[in-house]
Ligand binder design. Structure first.
Ligand code: GRF
Length: 190
């Protein structure tokens, strides 16, 4: 069984969606949600779905304690699903090629430091883009710059707002993220 850790900072709709997708999977399971924000909405949802979770501090992430915890928990792969802190190098080295992130734009457009949540959708609309989408990519040392494994586009409506775009992007994420991750993990395990 491949044990997946999902890292989340906010509402965690993707974390819960991943959990539900893999709930009865033969080879992959979401073992625990790792949360960096004690006020995150995902905590109530993890309790509701009876999913184990662990809250950690920035200090624990950067002093090796989080890595120790992941190894103690037997975690094989890490999925960043709305996780806002930069992953430290010790974690990237220990899980090299086994960390993926989802970003709510067509990277390399509208990526990089400070580009998260509604800021991304506001920037897409302000730039007069005709399309946007989602990117699933491997995580390396550079923010939003690891190898892209999947992108899906949507055309913007003429009346599109950051809010409508955020909603449409979330639907795309829920539709594709679990199955893309499933394929990637099975490919790497093969
Ligand atoms: C998603 O749009 C994801 O692409 C981005 O953060 C958002 C998280 O949403 N990285 P949720 O917390 O999973 O609802």
């Amino acid at each position: 069984m491949t044990k997946m850790a999902v890292f989340a900072s906010g509402n965690g709709s993707n974390a819960i969606n991943l959990y539900r997708y893999f709930k009865r999977h033969d080879h992959i399971q979401v073992s625990k949600i790792y949360i960096n924000n004690p006020g995150a909405g995902v905590i109530a949802r993890a309790i509701e779905y009876d999913i184990p979770y662990h809250i950690f501090t920035r200090k624990e992430m950067n002093n090796g304690m989080l890595l120790e915890k992941l190894e103690y928990d037997g975690i094989d792969v890490i999925i960043l699903a709305g996780f806002l802190w930069k992953i430290p190098i010790d974690l990237i080295s220990a899980y090299h090629g086994r960390i993926w992130n989802i970003h709510p734009s067509l990277l390399p457009k509208f990526g990089g430091k400070g580009m998260y949540g509604m800021k991304v959708h506001e920037a897409v609309i302000a730039a007069g883009e005709k399309e946007s989408g989602i990117t699933i990519h491997e995580v390396n040392e550079v923010y939003d710059a690891g190898a892209v494994v999947f992108q899906e586009k949507i055309l913007l409506d003429t009346a599109e707002t950051p809010e409508t775009l955020a909603h449409r992007i979330h639907l795309l994420e829920h539709r594709y993220f679990p199955e893309v991750i499933e394929k990637e993990i099975l490919r790497k395990n093969a």
